[in-house]
Ligand binder design. Structure first.
Ligand code: ATP
Ligand code: MG
Length: 208
């Protein structure tokens, strides 16, 4: 209701009041849109918390990543990005959640690109005992050491949203998804030298 009335005000009264009024209505419309995005993300996160035991079946991570890369096709084209992956394992998991995990990580790698170079994103995997360590590495703006932990907290963002849009829920959701697959997630980065997100995922179904 708030959204539809601010929208109506914007459409019906633009240019009929004064410049300040147009600006204020514009701010209200932006605020409503942002609130909607936050609520959607929060709901998604809440649902995730409630599904402690997500149904798991074999998921081919290569297929998941290829699917996500296709989804970002337009962005990849516009930014002349280069995205490649090594062969990735099949692990027990939730296809929907794992897709969401890679969507945010690959999306971040493209979004937080360096202004002076086209994005290069590499996705690889290493066997580590009974787990796989998957890495999503980019050549973007990087994450300063003091923010390496904080970026996984809810609503934490390091940049103004005018420059990089988003709510700051993405990595919080990623962390939860990884934890639900028996793993952990962390970032390594040299300032200006890109960021590498590492995550572990259980390689075989957990013992009862
Ligand atoms: N690949 C990356 N390179 C540099 N900084 C990153 C990268 N990924 C995340 N960050 C930093 O961590 C913050 C949190 O990331 P997160 O994905 O949670 O939020 P977002 O992308 O800003 O918004 P959302 O994912 O909710 O749309 C980002 O705002 C950014 O500052
Ligand atoms: Mg994100």
């Amino acid at each position: 209701m708030v959204a539809s009335y601010t929208d109506l005000l914007g459409r019906r009264y633009r240019g009929r009041l004064d410049q300040d009024a147009d600006d204020f209505i514009g701010f209200a419309i932006d605020g409503v849109k942002r609130m909607q995005a936050l609520i959607d993300d929060l709901l998604q996160y809440a649902r995730l918390t409630n599904e402690a035991n997500v149904a798991k079946r074999p998921v081919d991570l290569s297929a998941v990543v290829d699917d996500v890369v296709r989804l970002y096709g337009p962005t990849i084209g516009e930014t002349s990005a280069h995205v490649d992956r090594e062969p990735l394992p099949t692990i027990p998991g939730s296809p929907t959640l794992l897709r969401q995990l890679f969507r945010n990580l690959i999306g971040n790698a493209l979004k937080f690109r360096h202004p002076d170079r086209p994005p290069v994103v590499h996705i690889g995997a290493l066997a580590k005992g009974d787990a796989w360590e998957v890495t999503i590495a980019d050549n973007g703006i990087g994450v300063q050491p003091e923010f390496k932990v904080r970026i996984f907290a809810i609503f934490q963002r390091l940049h103004p949203r005018e420059r990089y849009p988003g709510t700051g829920m993405g990595l919080t959701i990623c962390k939860r998804i990884v934890e639900q697959h028996g793993g952990t997630i962390w970032v390594e980065s040299a300032p200006d030298g890109g960021a590498a997100f590492h995550l572990t995922l259980r390689a075989s179904p957990e013992a009862a």
